[in-house]
Write a protein that binds this ligand. Sequence first.
Ligand code: XMP
Length: 319
Amino acid sequence: DWTMAEYRQTKIADIRQQVGKGKVICGLSGGVDSAVAAVLIHEAIGDQLTCVFVDHGLMRKGEAEQVVSLFRNSYNIPLVHVNAETLFLSGLKGVSDPEAKRKFIGKTFIDVFEEEAKKIGGADFLAQGTLYPDVIESVSFTGGPSVTIKSHHNVGGLPERMNMKLVEPLRELFKDEVRELGRELGLPDAFVGRHPFPGPGLAIRIPGDITKDKCDILRKADAIYLEEIRNAGLYDAIWQAFAVLLPVKTVGVMGDHRTYEHVCALRAVTSTDGMTADIFPFDPHFLARVATRIVNEVQGINRVVYDFTSKPPGTIEWE
Ligand code: XMP
């Protein structure tokens, strides 16, 4: 039995012991896990830590700005912000296979990260926000034979390539514990309580090929959906909620015009670790309101559907 305050102190001592006078580099994803890891490590070793945020242009609305301002302004943690949207989107042009997308993004992420690491003179350690479920899920999916359902995006492969050792202070923790640790470290509630967001970002929420236009359309729909969820006081009851932009166009009518636009699917699930999930049972009136707003406010979408699939047999993300 331990408290988060004790865990924090123990890990700080561990990190100091492991790192010594070495330099640590941490890749921020924009999510809670890497942010909590970075803040904890910064508390342990101060400016021996540099954070690198590779912005692939596949983030949600306003997300990149929030991360950069949190680290630079609130915590004074050295942060390199790389805007690599063009690089990622041009490389993803015409790529529609889910694993091909994941592999391209993972590889490009590592390339950019490595280049930035070299610019700051390299590092001895790579910090990651790996959680306990990541450790299990990458070994085996459901306790059965090891099968790759999806290649999860992280900076795997990089430590060997750059001859770095790993610092993973969250490896024993589940998501709810990471949030508790984040609060213990003084991270704002709104940040700590954020829904998980996958490394490959919006790329795996746009089945088929990806364009900047589609990303912009999806960002708008997603922001409306999340705004309504927050206004209804449901955000914290949901593990993850997001919009998906389908590569299917359907016919609709607006005023006296025929429309022919994309379908948007809404997903919301409850879960404790992401390994299994149940659909969130919204009131149909709530969903109708979100659908109306999205179709009225987002040019490029004229139909909205709700995903009723639990995990398993579905996965949480669509790709
Ligand atoms: P799935 O879709 O496999 O997702 O049911 C389970 C949880 O993992 C997140 N996810 C990812 N997280 N890199 C990440 O850091 C990834 O490549 C990735 N793919 C899925 C997903 O959002 C959900 O919370």
